[in-house]
Design a protein around this ligand. Structure first.
Ligand SMILES: *Cc1c(COP(=O)(O)O)cnc(C)c1O
Length: 430
């Protein structure tokens, strides 16, 4: 059982529960009964692994973790309440308090808020660099740097990251590369195959695909050796404060110690636990991941080609198109297709009339919906300048590659002919 489509339906679940349920059941329980006091003591001391309390883990969540780890080609995973939580607990576990992160400029807005505001409160500093500039990544690394962070494919401009390049820079500096693969999806790109050490997801998006449930996952690829420079990573290599006598790196080792730390400390203490019901919903979505993503990618490419020749459209940011700045990287990293989240700029100056023109187009759409989400079965648009990127000034907007004229589109599963006809009638109002 090794092919992608088989794993996305079967990985992590062996029927054999008392009821022999074919589909993984929802274990909707807050806590678990111990066989004896001795077993309870072993579980609390991390001498034994097993079910204890659903804040730490639930069996439904564990099926999801194993399945996403399999799809990403990783060793272990932790599922949490949202993509935000996945990014936060991953970096807290790796970087600790007062560490430094070098991150791409081109990140999801919520991640930027986390890095610039909340992490700053925690004494974690983040330096932002242009992700295409190898020298900028190198120059930003300091002795206290503990991680490099970027997205495999960003949005709304759909920049494709040269993952191998950034992974090599991270490893020369002795730190791991963390990749947010939410937009990429493991069907299109597996960052671990290109040197990433940890892969995070907002499972809310493509992994679910139905737009019903929030969730997040982080996969440990089992490649980063925190034991190689033990003084840098005391959270793994020194005695674990809450379990006297235990050193996580000795007990769990490469590929497992990270998940043990995230679950037993950060999820346990901060509490961003995934509900069993949401874990189950995300599992249902994953079973059709390859079919959905392949269809959405081809639909998005057809829409991008339609938009590229439309007189009311000035520019289309889709790396599948010839002449796009990331076209070669897309050929290298995304041989199965380019993600279905991209953007385009309406033709016309940026002036007082722009907002009204954009509103006329967006408000005329009937099939495509105005929703601040991506990766859904429904096709969705957003206007970054007044929604996801509204806190940026004009200069920051242009650094991010967007203008007042930029519209983001996430292609869904509707018939592409209906989507193109809908865009055509809306663009007639531009
Ligand atoms: C949505 C998103 C997140 C945050 O995920 P939530 O599930 O909304 O918390 C992180 N990264 C990317 C790229 C996203 O699109």
């Amino acid at each position: 059982m090794s092919e992608f489509a088989t794993q996305q339906i079967q990985a992590g679940y062996v029927p054999g529960t008392p009821q022999h349920s074919a589909v993984p059941p929802i274990y909707q329980t807050a806590a678990f009964q111990f066989a004896s006091l001795a077993e309870a003591a072993d579980l609390f001391a991390l001498r034994k692994s097993g079910n204890l309390y659903s804040r730490n883990a639930s069996p439904t969540q564990q099926v999801l973790e194993e399945r996403v780890a399999a799809l990403e080609g990783g060793v272990s995973a932790v599922a949490v309440a949202s993509g935000q939580a996945a990014v936060a607990v991953t970096l807290l576990a790796i970087v600790g308090v007062r560490g430094h992160i070098v991150a791409a400029n081109q990140l999801y807005g919520g991640t930027v808020d986390l890095f610039q505001d909340t992490f700053e409160d925690f004494g974690i500093e983040v330096t932002f660099v242009d992700q295409d500039d190898a020298e900028a990544w190198r120059a930003a690394i300091r002795p206290e740097t503990r991680a490099l962070f970027a997205e495999s494919v960003a949005n709304p401009v759909a920049q494709v990251l040269d993952i191998r390049l950034v992974a090599d820079i991270a490893h020369e500096a002795g730190v791991p590369l963390v990749i947010d693969n939410t937009v990429g999806t493991p069907y299109l790109v597996r960052p671990g195959e290109h040197g990433a050490d940890f892969v995070v997801h907002s499972a809310t998006k493509f992994l679910s695909g139905h737009g019903t449930s929030l969730g997040g996952v982080v996969v440990d690829q089992g490649t980063f050796d925190f034991g190689a420079q033990p003084e840098r990573w005391p959270q793994f290599t020194a005695e674990y404060k809450r379990v006297p006598g235990l050193v996580l790196w000795e007990r769990f080792g490469i590929g497992q110690a990270f998940a043990a730390l995230v679950k037993s400390k950060y999820v346990h203490d901060l509490g961003p636990s995934l509900s069993p019901f949401n874990a189950w919903q995300i599992l249902q979505g994953i079973e059709t991941l390859d079919l959905r993503v392949a269809r959405q990618s081809s639909t998005a490419f057809a829409i991008a080609q339609f938009l590229a020749q439309h007189p009311s459209v000035a520019h289309v940011n889709h790396p599948g198109l010839e002449g796009n700045r990331w076209h070669d990287l897309a050929g290298r990293y995304l041989p199965n297709g380019v993600p279905s989240v991209f953007s385009f700029d309406l033709a016309g100056a940026e002036d007082e009339g722009t907002q009204e023109r954009i509103a006329r187009v967006i408000d005329s759409l009937k099939v495509v919906r105005l929703v601040a989400n991506i990766g859904d079965a429904r096709s969705l648009v957003a206007h970054p300048a007044s929604m996801t990127h509204s806190h940026l000034n004009a200069q920051q907007r242009s650094a991010a590659g967007i203008s007042l004229n930029t519209i983001r589109l996430s292609a869904g599963l509707e018939d592409p002919r209906d989507l193109i006809a809908d865009l055509e009638q809306a663009l007639a109002r531009a």
